[in-house]
Design a protein around this ligand. Structure first.
Ligand SMILES: [Zn+2]
Ligand SMILES: [Zn+2]
Length: 215
């Protein structure tokens, strides 16, 4: 259920030329890569399967009853008709991507993906997306700044931090409300001391009786 690529499959057609718009984190806007048209993504886009909000404003979050949600599978859908899915042999993460993008290396463990991708399975469609806040260039700059302050950072890490190695990954998460009630029983006890007597040999070699406290 991990999408290793931006959710391009949620199509946002350009109102000027009809091409598929892309989300540009630095502008927090959808930008048409062909005609340059910009759109504010605050208005939710609707598809037959779901409504996806790519917004920084508070869209009305619709709460769902779990029982109803669990029974109905209406939220299951493929990301797109062309989406592919492949499992990482290193960490078993499922990577979903849309051609012409390729799986390349696993964004989680770095294993290079050699398995043949299959058509993506239907998955529980996300209802909300938190858009990326920074673009690839800013991300790279931040990592470089951080790395520069780390004298002992291994070279392999520096190689990994090259722009072409950076991948944006959407992580799925769920929010829950829960009302719980717990009952428990237990026993408690207190330490107490008793005064007892014992016979000991003192330094003069005499047998004497002394009191002591026993817990
Ligand atoms: Zn356009
Ligand atoms: Zn992996």
């Amino acid at each position: 259920m991990i999408s290793a690529t931006p959710a391009k499959q949620q199509q946002f057609p350009c109102t000027q030329c009809g091409a598929s718009m892309e989300f540009r984190p630095s502008l927090a806007a959808l930008v048409c890569p062909y005609c340059g048209h910009q759109e504010n993504p605050h208005a939710p886009a609707t598809t037959p399967s779901t409504t996806l909000h790519t917004t920084r404003e508070h869209a009305a979050v619709q709460e769902r009853d779990y029982q109803t949600f669990a029974v109905q599978n209406t939220q299951m859908a493929a990301l797109s008709t062309t989406a592919l899915e492949v499992q990482c042999s290193g960490c078993q993460a499922n990577l979903t991507f849309d051609p012409p993008q390729t799986a390349g290396n696993c964004p989680f463990c770095g294993t290079s993906i050699v398995a043949e991708p299959q058509a993506a399975h239907p998955l529980v469609m996300p209802e909300y997306v938190l858009p990326f806040r920074i673009g690839k260039r800013d991300c790279h700059a931040s990592i470089q700044t951080w790395l520069a302050s780390r004298w002992f950072a291994p070279n392999a890490l520096k190689a990994l931090a090259q722009p072409e190695q950076l991948q944006g990954v959407y992580l799925p998460f769920w929010t829950y409300d829960a009302q719980t009630e717990s009952r428990y029983t237990g026993d408690r006890g207190d330490y107490y001391y008793e005064t007892k007597t014992r016979t000991v040999t003192n330094s003069a070699g005499e047998q004497v009786t002394e009191n002591y406290e026993e817990r």
